[in-house]
Design a protein around this ligand. Structure first.
Ligand SMILES: *[C@@H]1O[C@H](CO)[C@@H](O)[C@H](O)[C@H]1NC(C)=O
Length: 568
């Protein structure tokens, strides 16, 4: 009997080696904190999946990004077109073919590749076979939310190196807005007679920021700035109008346009984060065109539904959309993030590569650094999730992307301006310090000696790059004034100033700034106010202290807009 069976097994194995040899692509040590496995997923649920194909020449793209972003280089300002980025990075035909063959062998229709992503629609049982995994229904009690995910997935050897990432699989996003510290509604809802004379006495307003940051330039060049919105945030045009009337000299008719991405919606009453972002960007950058992008993603998943459309966490949906446009705004402000360790590293790499592509086209992208000091995006448990449970400071993402993103921390007070204690900052555990900042981050690390040794990564990309005011911002929500705090205040403030600089450059028939960091860590630093006091407590420590030069609380400092304009 044995002699009869063995040859057949051998023949089967030889005929389909693709199915047999699976290699792990991503594995979480455990279910992320807050999530609980409720049940195995039924096999018939529909998954909309993204397969991120291995893109070519990411090293060349990085080099090119640095050349076009570094003042003094021959290629400075010679940003790439969409076509040039696509031609440089498109996946190899052989990789596309291998993936198509793999999909076909499972009866799955290959989607059209765009921006290196192949969309496919399949059932959970097909996905489980293809990825050698088992999907589960997970529940987050605090958020009262279900999601369909797995903690591990594999790929056959034949396509393992052709694919960078498959989602939805292991990403349990905790994406947070960095403005969740809304304080009581304020009493003064009456229009102020001359808001531009208020200074900073009532709280932070656009006029306060204009004087604090020496903002004088009046835009002339018909340029645009984008503002990202996620998590169902709604930007209200009527609240913007009320805000402009009460606190600025900008015409109250000034408004933003809306781009809905991935089925997003912007109807209903305005919400804190989106109102904060749109009110401060418009208040400081008018008449630059403001575009609000509302991107849907990760909708609450109903485990009882007979069908599902479980979509992806939204950064990639937004980046796919932007990288597919032939015209993009010159500046983008984003006030959302996750603790880096909660983002699987294949996903983090793919997102950072996509920011790099957008930046190579001349877009200045700014992201807030988070509100939990050294404890991460939000105050949280400072424990590693790699199984060792060691104590750890928590850097934030996408602030930690080293190429293409400028991370903005927070300050408070005006004389002197000091670090805001909420300001998240530290060192990435995924990405090494890039050359444009490594001497500054090393200088800081040397200056603190053995303090906090083991709690942070000495070779990691330092966060943030710069800072701006992050406490006591007056905003209008539902017709009433509120005071809010968070690096969500800082990112739109710094972004609006960058939008003014980009507008100025375009008015001079020059190239926009694009990726800011090589400029900021070079001659741009002379246009920043170095913040040298305050600290960012978290993880039962006092956190890092702001110091002369770069520090992981306020970065290089806050903007002096008029001075930056002379330096660009
Ligand atoms: C520290 O950061 C580097 C990148 O600079 C990374 O390769 C390494 O894994 C990190 N170490 C830990 C313990 O996270």
């Amino acid at each position: 009997m044995i002699g009869f069976v063995l040859p057949i097994l051998a023949a089967v194995a030889a005929a389909s080696p693709i199915q047999t040899e699976m290699l792990t692509k991503q594995a979480l040590h455990s279910v992320p904190i807050g999530w609980e496995h409720k049940a195995d997923a039924p096999g018939h649920l529909k998954l909309n999946m993204h397969i991120a194909l291995k893109e070519q020449n990411m090293d060349k793209l990085q080099q090119r990004l640095m050349e076009v972003s570094t003042p003094g280089h021959d290629s400075y300002g010679k940003h790439m077109t969409k076509e040039e980025v696509d031609a440089m990075t498109a996946p190899a035909a052989s990789d596309v073919a291998a993936v198509e063959e793999w999909l076909a062998s499972h009866g799955v229709q290959a989607g059209k590749v765009a921006n290196g992503m192949m969309p496919v629609t399949l059932t959970t049982s097909q996905a489980e076979k293809m990825l050698g995994t088992k999907y589960g229904i997970y529940y987050h009690a605090e958020k009262d939310q279900y999601t369909l995910r797995t903690t591990k997935y594999s790929l056959p050897k034949s396509v393992h190196s052709s694919i960078d990432m498959v989602q939805p699989t292991t990403l349990f996003s905790d994406m947070n807005m960095y403005s969740d510290r809304a304080q009581a509604t304020m009493a003064f809802n009456n229009p102020v007679s001359d808001a531009t004379n208020l200074g900073c006495t009532l709280g932070v307003t656009p006029s306060c920021l204009q004087s604090l940051y020496n903002i004088k330039y009046k835009p002339t060049s018909n340029t645009a700035i984008g503002i990202t919105g996620y998590l169902g945030e709604i930007a209200s045009k009527s609240d913007l109008s009320t805000f402009l009337k009460q606190y600025t000299k900008v015409p109250s008719s000034a408004t933003f346009s809306v781009q809905l991405v991935n089925g997003g919606s912007n109807t209903g009453s305005g919400t804190t984060e989106a109102n904060l972002d749109t009110q401060y960007v418009m208040g400081l950058s008018y008449p630059i065109k403001n575009i609000f992008y509302e991107t849907a993603g990760e909708p609450p998943f109903n485990p009882d539904a007979s069908d599902s459309d479980n979509t992806n966490e939204p950064y990639l949906e937004w980046l796919n959309y932007m990288n597919g446009l032939s015209t993009v705004p010159l500046t983008v402000s984003s006030s959302y993030g996750d603790n880096e360790q909660t983002v699987p590293n294949d996903y983090a790499n793919t997102v950072c590569n996509n920011f790099m592509k957008l930046a190579a086209r001349g877009v200045s992208i700014l992201a807030s650094s988070g509100d939990g000091g050294v404890g991460g995006g939000q105050p949280s448990e400072c424990v590693s999730n790699d199984g060792s449970n060691r104590e750890l400071f928590l850097p934030t993402f996408p602030a930690s992307c080293p190429y293409g993103v400028t991370a903005v921390g927070g300050t408070q007070g005006q004389s002197p301006e000091t670090a805001a204690s909420l300001s998240s900052g530290g060192f990435s555990n995924y990405f090494a310090a890039p050359s444009y900042q490594s001497s500054q981050t090393q200088a800081y690390i040397s200056s603190i000696g053995t303090q906090y040794a083991g709690l942070y990564n000495k070779t990691g990309r330092g966060i943030p790059d710069v800072a701006a005011q992050a406490e006591n911002f007056l905003i209008v929500v539902g017709g009433s004034t509120q005071s809010v705090a968070g690096t969500s205040c800082a990112a739109p403030t710094f972004s609006a100033i960058v939008a003014l600089l980009n507008d100025y450059l375009v008015s001079q028939k020059r190239s926009p700034l694009g990726f800011l960091n090589p400029f900021l860590y070079g001659k741009g630093v002379a246009g920043l106010n170095d913040i040298t006091s305050g600290n960012n407590p978290g993880c039962n420590t006092n956190g890092f202290s702001a110091k002369k030069g770069w520090d992981p609380v306020t970065g290089l400092g806050t903007p002096n807009a008029a001075k930056l304009q002379t330096l660009v």
